[in-house]
Design a protein around this ligand. Structure first.
Ligand code: NAD
Ligand code: IPM
Ligand code: MN
Length: 347
């Protein structure tokens, strides 16, 4: 029986993963769940945001369902002890280099989008975000300049192998969808991006069926709100992908709607909503659990090969929304648990 590591984390993490767990349980798929502490919760209990037992469970499991990490009480800790290091550590230790972030508008959510309904309705895209490199994992630190000024630095770099493996996944994702791949970079300024663009062009020779285009990230941010329907698949680096996916979420109605899969090269994956621990609404039962429920569907599809069950969950979310079920981020009044009930009722 497949083992799922359930890492709920902080803030709204436990609230939204509880609803995803109820949905998975209702499908009676014979999954085994094992829970472990992660993030601020793990720091407070053990002194470390990613305890060895949690990492070991994640390594042993067939897939990981992750809530969110982040705790304002930890923001002044030295960086290596902060909750965010847990998710960064899991991505790095497990070699989860590819982050798929699908953004589409469920019918009925046009009014929740920050865009005009007819513009919003067209969004149906996947952001393929590189997850193991970039400025996130370069040398970083604080130093003093010769003038005695404090200076922070973070080195941005990608080598060609790192770019090539995410480019392949971008092309393969586009080949299975609309056949259009847009590579997003800042090659007009950054050497990292020049290499990115050169390598993506080289890899494109293997995928003649995919139409490749390039866009600077600043223009991309603008195009996403002007006309998100123009995009099929975007492939981009760690930092740009982080920012653009939060933006894409509001085109699709709410950050509480976007799931994600973080994959290694062998099919192992960690599945989490793109949002964080939302300390501003934590403990109030107001969080939208749909992103996490949809992440559970991605888990079934990508790591366990359970396509039918994944389809069932996604269809149930769609039907629940079509009946008018809405948490407050979508303009409704349902609690997190009631939204979970609405999805369960449609399974
Ligand atoms: P956030 O995504 O937690 O919240 C941003 C805004 O969106 C908040 O107003 C929040 O209330 C709202 N929101 C987020 N998820 C929601 C949901 N499911 N339903 C309704 N509203 C929702 O981002 P932030 O406030 O910048 O960060 C808070 C903490 O989360 C920080 O510590 C940050 O580092 C962390 N974080 C963690 C992850 C992760 O675990 N992968 C991702 C992003 C941020
Ligand atoms: C995300 C988050 C993380 C990131 C943080 C918490 C490290 O914003 O998962 O989108 O920047 O990747
Ligand atoms: Mn983010």
């Amino acid at each position: 029986m497949p083992l799922i590591a359930l890492l709920a984390g902080d803030g709204i993490g436990p609230e939204v993963t509880a609803e995803a767990r109820r949905v998975l349980d209702a499908l009676t798929l014979d999954l085994i769940f094992e829970e472990a502490l992660v993030g601020g919760a793990a720091y407070h209990a053990t002194g470390h945001p990613l305890p060895p037992e949690t990492l070991a469970l994640a390594q042993r499991a067939d897939a990981i369902l992750f809530g969110a990490v982040g705790d304002p009480l930890c923001d002044k800790l030295e960086r290596s002890l902060r909750p965010e290091q847990a998710i960064l550590g899991l991505r790095k230790h497990l070699g989860l280099f590819a982050n798929l972030r699908p953004a589409k508008l469920f019918p009925g959510l046009e009014d929740a989008s920050a865009l005009r309904p007819e513009v919003a309705a067209a969004i149906d895209m996947v952001i393929v975000r590189e997850l193991n490199g970039d400025v996130y994992f370069g040398e970083k630190g604080m130093r003093t300049t010769v003038d005695g000024l404090r200076e922070g630095y973070d080195v941005m770099s990608y080598n060609e192998a790192e770019v090539a493996r995410i480019a392949h996944l971008g092309f393969q994702t586009a080949a299975r969808r609309g056949g259009r791949l847009c590579s997003v970079d800042k090659a007009n300024v950054l050497e990292t991006s020049q290499l990115w663009r050169d390598v993506v062009i080289e890899i494109s020779a293997h995928y003649p069926q995919v139409a490749l285009s390039h866009m600077y990230v600043d223009n991309c941010a603008m195009q996403l709100v002007r006309n998100p329907g123009q995009f099929d698949v975007i492939v981009t680096g760690n930092l740009f992908g982080d920012i653009l996916s939060d933006q894409a979420s509001m085109c699709a109605g709410s950050i509480g709607m976007l799931p994600s899969a973080s994959l290694d090269s062998a099919g192992k994956g960690l599945y989490e909503p793109i949002h964080g621990s939302a300390p501003d609404i934590a403990g109030q039962g107001r969080a939208n659990p749909c992103a996490t429920i949809l992440s559970a569907a991605m888990l079934l599809r990508h790591s366990l090969g359970m396509r039918e069950a994944a389809d069932r969950i996604e269809a149930a979310v769609g039907r629940a929304l079509a009946t008018g079920a809405r948490t407050s981020d979508l303009g409704g009044t349902l609690t997190t648990h009631a939204m979970g009930d609405a999805v369960l009722a449609q399974l």
